[in-house]
Design a protein around this ligand. Sequence first.
Ligand SMILES: Nc1ncnc2c1ncn2[C@@H]1O[C@H](COP(=O)(O)OP(=O)(O)OP(=O)(O)O)[C@@H](O)[C@H]1O
Ligand SMILES: [Mg+2]
Length: 247
Amino acid sequence: MLLTVKDLHKSFNDREILKGIDFQIEKGEIVVMIGPSGSGKTTFLRNLNFLEHADQGSMDFSGHQIDLAKPEKKDVQWVRRHSAMVFQNYNLFKNKTALQNIAEGLIYAQGMAKDNANDIASKELASLGLSKQAQLYPSQLSGGQQQRIGIARATVLNPEIILFDEPTSALDPELVGAVLGDMRKLAEAGQTMIIVTHQLGFARQVADRIVFFDEGKIVEEGTPQELFDHPQNKRTAQFLTALSDAN
Ligand SMILES: Nc1ncnc2c1ncn2[C@@H]1O[C@H](COP(=O)(O)OP(=O)(O)OP(=O)(O)O)[C@@H](O)[C@H]1O
Ligand SMILES: [Mg+2]
């Protein structure tokens, strides 16, 4: 296993939001997480890279054993160096160009020389067909372009795993396709990914496994076919019906 999480608990203001999550993912595997609003999907991803601090739980990431409630600084750094997160609202640096946003992590997190980092960033932009946008600032880019830059910024770091939190949910419908296209390419290249999304068509195509979250627990998991076509849990079935009614 690339990543194993055991018995992860997290409360906010005495309210338990994650109620003991056990989760694992293999190298190259693609897991899609679905579940109602407020069920804890974002909190789970944020705990994995220490944007939140867990109350209890353990993690084994590529052989590093980490107590999530009392992580050592070197473990936090190691995990952050080997994972990346793509957010719903892009989180690009507003005062940096597209190129600088992609080069940023290479320079500051990996200590790469600036010329070298810019070179890699510009090749990445070219491969995405975004060379014309290299010198533009986030406010000059469409939401879809910003998110594609956000994904490029994550992938150039060569992370062991990328965590996606609803990467297309803030986008106008016509911009969703290009972002999912970039993610499909990553999938084909064997990138390990955890993706929170309600794009069920996409999930069916790329996911090895679907995980259904409800009220701070993983209630059910299985292949897309198992989970979408033959949900075993009543809550899973209700959620899928509500989602398809909304579309
Ligand atoms: N920093 C925080 N302080 C207090 N409560 C929080 C905090 N972050 C999240 N919560 C609460 O934790 C619960 C789970 O939130 P979370 O964002 O993880 O849900 P989600 O499954 O990602 O929902 P959505 O589908 O709407 O994104 C919610 O009730 C939320 O209000
Ligand atoms: Mg969320």
